[in-house]
Design a protein around this ligand. Structure first.
Ligand code: TRP
Length: 337
């Protein structure tokens, strides 16, 4: 490990966070930020959100919500630089430079765009219907986020690995043309323990499947969602196989190994689904209580969040400014040489 490792990740503001977001992404990213020698920059990708959001109030609310979520789960704004993407203009200048070095074919292969195209084709529409240039070139902006701060590691879920690889490919092309060292190549870091958390219906927990357990709903709402977890008709006291139980698989994601193992033993000894769900709801309640209170306190003070994001942007620009200076010098475009 280098003495200073820059970790960067972006979070697209998409609405109420659920347990899958927390366990799969937020918790491991905060743990990484707390490692010695790591300088973490975590930002709210509001201009990526612009590929779908069409309303000022929504964009602002989603941004504040995203910031409050990170703070609630323990991001330390003194240590970790938390900022709004749109506050860092260097990113967008770099995005253009990168776009000029990105073969269009890279973008044709990108998952998000391909998914939209496939959906159009399946629906008998024009393949490009409703697809903006922003959506098409989404990975270029993401590459700029990463490369503008000389990131060493980019902690992401599996679904974003392709995008980080594209960032590396683009950086290599820039370096090949303008000189080695113009851009720093990032490494992907997929957290092995950030297993995908299943939702109440057994598919991946996702807002779009309506199968998520909310992080910041009321305790009653959380319990209601837990009761929706699919079970089978095994009699109440019969032994249960933990690994094939959805209640257990969700619960295990919350626990460390030893506690998970003793919970598995209780399932094997025989536990009713009602009791198993109550254990899960109780643990969730305990683990989320503090975060829920912190979330409420932040979201009630949007000006405090704005201040904090502004300070984060200043810090991010102190890093991105010199990187852009280096790139511009490599291109020979600075008039103030
Ligand atoms: N594309 C990511 C997502 O949808 C968000 C993102 C934007 C990002 N820019 C990034 C992630 C840079 C890592 C690095 O979740």
């Amino acid at each position: 490990v280098a003495e200073r490792t820059v970790a960067l990740t972006g979070i697209k503001p998409t609405g109420r966070p659920h347990i899958g977001n927390w366990l799969g992404m937020i918790r491991p990213a905060i743990a990484l930020a707390d490692e010695p020698g790591v300088e973490a920059l975590y930002f709210i990708a509001d201009y990526h959100g612009l590929t779908t959001v069409r309303d000022r109030a929504t964009l602002r609310a989603l941004t504040l919500d995203c910031a409050a979520t990170w703070l609630a789960f323990g991001l330390d704004p003194e240590k970790t630089v938390l900022y709004r993407q749109s506050d860092v203009p260097e990113v967008f200048e770099l995005a253009w430079i990168l776009a000029c070095h990105t073969p269009k074919g890279f973008m044709n292969k990108s998952h998000a765009y391909k998914a939209a195209r496939d959906a159009n084709e399946a629906g008998g529409e024009d393949p490009d219907a409703g697809i903006s240039m922003g959506l098409f070139s989404y990975p270029v902006l993401m590459a700029a986020d990463i490369l503008a701060v000389d990131a060493d590691v980019v902690p992401v879920g599996k679904d974003q690995v392709q995008h980080v690889e594209i960032a590396r490919d683009i950086a290599e092309r820039v370096n090949h043309t303008w000189g080695e060292g113009t851009l720093r190549l990032p490494a992907v870091r997929v957290k092995s323990e950030s297993a995908v958390v299943p939702g109440v219906d057994g598919r991946k927990m996702s807002k779009s499947y309506d199968n998520a357990l909310p992080c910041f709903g009321s305790p009653a709402e959380l319990r209601k969602a837990v009761m929706r977890i699919a079970t089978d008709s095994t009699p109440p006291d019969a032994p249960k196989d933990p690994d094939s139980s959805l209640v257990f698989r969700i619960h295990r994601a919350l626990l460390d190994e030893a506690v998970g193992a003793s919970l598995a033993a209780r399932y094997r000894a025989g536990i009713s689904w009602g009791a198993a769900k109550k254990l899960l709801a109780d643990d969730l309640e305990t683990q989320l209580e503090g975060a829920r209170a912190r979330y409420a306190s932040w979201i009630a003070r949007p000006e405090a969040i704005d201040l904090l994001l502004a300070e984060g942007a200043r810090r991010a620009r102190r890093i991105a400014g010199p990187v852009l200076g280096r790139v511009r010098a490599a291109l020979g475009v600075s008039s103030s040489a």
